[in-house]
Design a protein around this ligand. Structure first.
Ligand code: AOF
Ligand code: ZN
Length: 372
């Protein structure tokens, strides 16, 4: 197997197509990664496909089916190393060997310990020419959560914030619901839809009566397949009640209790609400324990949409990988509330330093992405 060998411009073009196909699965594949595959014979695409849903065929299965006999002697471009294991589906490496492809180019190796190079090795052992490393960064960006969970046992956490131009998230009295405009709120829907879980706290749910759901009318193309991410709510004092809007929207909810608080098993909770006691200190639920629990349940990417207290807890514990901040052209003034409730710093040198990765205008607001 060779890494970073000289790939041709045509190789790059086919891998770009495979990456674009993989992205079609971004609302549905969880806990599996987004993967695309293109099969090329004599410079022509003869089959292509992408992974849609865990439990169903992998990208290669769809592409090989479309190619039929034309797969013989063809080159397969895959955004992730073909799998070598029997999971919910049989190994794709075996499928490619049986179909008689002569070359497989993968954008990157799969860091799932069940695969981890074994897929490429199976192909090589069968006499198939293999290479990887073509557009690896682009392919990695599609599955940040999956790769982080496989490498560390923790999900990738994106923290969403909305603030005025002077960096305030709410008035002194807590009013905060409509700082940003409708297009920014629609943009948030897209991030929610891509995430595996949305984390929030009882404060936010009580203040805004938030549903934290994905509104399917934003996705006409996905009307039938729209998936509600798991809504994970920190409610360490059992303050939430079944009448709130959150519990009127069908879709899984994990209600977190502190380890000393009894669960509320009253019959009024809807069937889709699960309560769970989590390791706590001084009555506060441990955010690291929550993320580990979520990763064990196959959660790759978390969208943290919370108020300054819970956002502060995650930030201080160093658990946030990326910050998505919507900035509205409004001035609230010094009496407004900040974004993170954290203890004061003694020197600027103690400040968290991030890197801006992206700035775009969305309607009347700006969206700034900063990475740890
Ligand atoms: C691929 N192509 O399209 C995907 C792959 O339980 P299973 O059978 O769905 O296997 C899931 C694992 O297979 C997943 O964790 C990842 O390592 C790999 N996913 N591999 O070759 C695909 N989705
Ligand atoms: Zn596979």
């Amino acid at each position: 197997m060779s890494e970073l060998q000289q790939f041709t411009a045509q190789d790059e073009q086919f891998m770009r197509r495979a990456i674009a196909l993989a992205a079609h699965g971004q609302y549905t594949t969880t806990p599996n990664p987004n993967v695309g595959c293109v099969i090329v014979k004599d410079g022509e695409i003869v089959g292509e496909g992408f992974h849609i849903r865990a439990g169903e065929g992998h990208a290669e299965v769809h592409a090989l089916k479309a190619a039929g006999d034309k797969a013989k002697g063809a080159t397969a471009y895959v955004t992730l190393e073909p799998c070598s294991h029997y999971g919910r589906t049989p190994p794709c490496a075996e499928g490619l060997i049986k179909a008689g492809v002569s070359k497989v180019i993968a954008a990157m190796v799969d860091n799932n310990p069940q695969v981890a190079g074994k897929g490429m090795a199976m192909l090589s052992a069968a006499g198939i020419e293999t290479a990887y490393g073509l557009l690896g960064d682009e392919a990695r960006a599609l599955n940040l959560g999956f790769f982080k969970r496989m490498a560390t046992g923790m999900p990738y956490v994106t923290c969403k914030l909305a603030a005025s131009l002077d960096g305030k998230t709410a008035l002194e009295n807590g009013e905060s619901k409509w700082i940003t405009g409708p297009l920014a709120r629609e943009d948030v829907q897209r991030f929610r839809a891509k995430s595996c879980a949305i984390i929030s706290g009882a404060d936010t749910i009580l203040a805004d009566d938030a549903q934290l759901s994905v509104r399917s009318h934003f996705y006409p193309e996905l009307q039938d397949t729209i998936r509600q991410p798991l809504r994970v709510i920190f409610d360490s004092q059992n303050r939430l009640t079944p009448d709130l809007a959150l519990f009127q929207t069908e879709g899984p909810v994990l209600l977190l209790r502190n380890s000393t608080q009894p669960l509320d098993n009253s019959p009024h909770w809807p069937h889709f609400v699960e309560q769970c006691q989590v390791e706590s200190r001084n009555g506060k639920i441990c955010p690291t324990a929550v993320l580990k629990l979520l990763a064990r349940r196959g959660i790759n990417h978390v969208w943290l949409e919370a108020g300054q207290t819970l956002a502060g807890v995650f930030h201080e514990a160093g658990l946030i990988d990326s910050y998505v901040v919507y900035l509205a052209p409004k001035i609230i003034g010094n009496a407004g509330r900040g974004l993170f409730a954290v203890p004061p710093l003694m020197a600027l040198a103690q400040a968290t330093t991030l890197t801006f990765s992206d700035v775009v205008q969305i309607g009347s607001d700006l969206r700034i992405t900063a990475l740890k």
